[in-house]
Design a protein around this ligand. Structure first.
Ligand code: DAK
Length: 257
């Protein structure tokens, strides 16, 4: 791995992935995205991992796709590389995925953070979809996910002017979950991850899948999907353990079975 650092047991049941192209502000070149895809797939299958935290560094989560790599590409080049299959695979990660964002989360960087399930940001974080300033538009879900997260008026403004918003605005718009001082943004993301890691990983996986489904379908079908996943949790030992522990007034010990 050249552009990604991974620690699959950063904390108990929590894996940490760091984007690692600091000089280029973690610009997302093809190799980085492929490495990220492969690592996420591995961690998704690793039974010891229950939650994954994705971060950059203090200056940048990621300043977008690599403009230098894209600048001379033709439509056919873009089509044949088919980066979308990489992004689609990342989107299919089944375990809860938390973005810990400091500094720039722009363009593809903002889209990558939005592909995660939750975002914890430092006070220095800046979010935006500045593609319009370089003659293109968001291509990895920005117009869709941003609009669903913050509404049409605000999304239009960000996408059409390319301006950035800071972490406080992002919080008030509902784009992110928390804003904390830069010194503790990763620790805060870990706290959130740790809270989730105490739950049944099976229930967490099914719940994530169900919440995501609400974006993809109408209410009736979403409720039907939720119901099926709810029933499915009753096939797990974790469901028995969780309810038994409640009745016995003790902490549950989930095994992911
Ligand atoms: N790509 C390549 N290099 C980048 C970069 C980027 N996105 N962002 C920064 N860098 C590089 C700079 O060129 C500079 O390199 P050197 O000149 O030192 O070699 C280094 O990182 C430090 O950046 P600056 O010197 O510019 O630092 P400043 O603090 O002055 O400015 C900045 C920081 C973040 C405001 C500025 O770097 C900037 O505006 N960066 C570009 C932001 C941007 O436009 N992002 C959107 C890119 S388009 C797709 C999936 C995704 C996408 C498209 C398709 N498919 C699945 C098909 C996404 C597209 C995009 O994200």
């Amino acid at each position: 791995m050249e552009f990604i650092k991974v620690n699959p047991s950063y904390q108990k049941h929590i894996a940490l992935i760091e984007l690692n192209r600091p000089k280029e502000l973690n610009a997302l070149n093809l190799q980085l995205m492929q490495e990220l895809r492969d690592v996420l797939k591995e961690l998704d299958q690793d039974e010891s991992v229950r939650v994954i935290v994705l971060t950059g560094n203090e200056r940048a989560f990621a300043a977008g796709a690599d403009i230098k790599q894209m600048a001379n590409k033709t439509t056919i080049d873009m089509l044949m590389v088919d980066q979308f299959s990489t992004w689609d695979q990342i989107r299919k990660t089944r375990k809860p995925l938390i973005a810990a964002v400091s500094g720039f989360a722009l363009g593809g960087g903002c889209e990558l953070a939005m592909t995660c399930d939750m975002i914890v940001a430092s006070e220095t974080a800046k979010f935006g979809q500045p593609e319009i300033k370089i003659g293109v538009m968001p291509g990895a879900g920005g117009t869709q996910r941003l609009t669903r997260a913050i509404g049409k008026a605000r999304a239009m403004e960000l996408v059409l002017t390319g301006k950035f918003i800071d972490a406080q605005e992002a919080l008030s718009f509902g784009l992110i979950n928390k804003v904390v001082p830069v010194e503790i943004y990763l620790a805060e993301a870990m706290n959130l991850a740790n809270e989730i890691a105490q739950m049944s990983p099976i229930a967490a996986m099914l719940a994530k899948e169900s919440v995501n489904r609400s974006f993809e379908t109408h209410l009736d079908e979403g409720l039907h999907f939720e119901r099926k996943n709810f029933y499915l949790t009753f096939s797990s030992e974790d469901q028995k353990e969780g309810m038994k522990a409640f009745i016995e007034k003790r902490k549950p010990n989930y095994k992911g079975k």
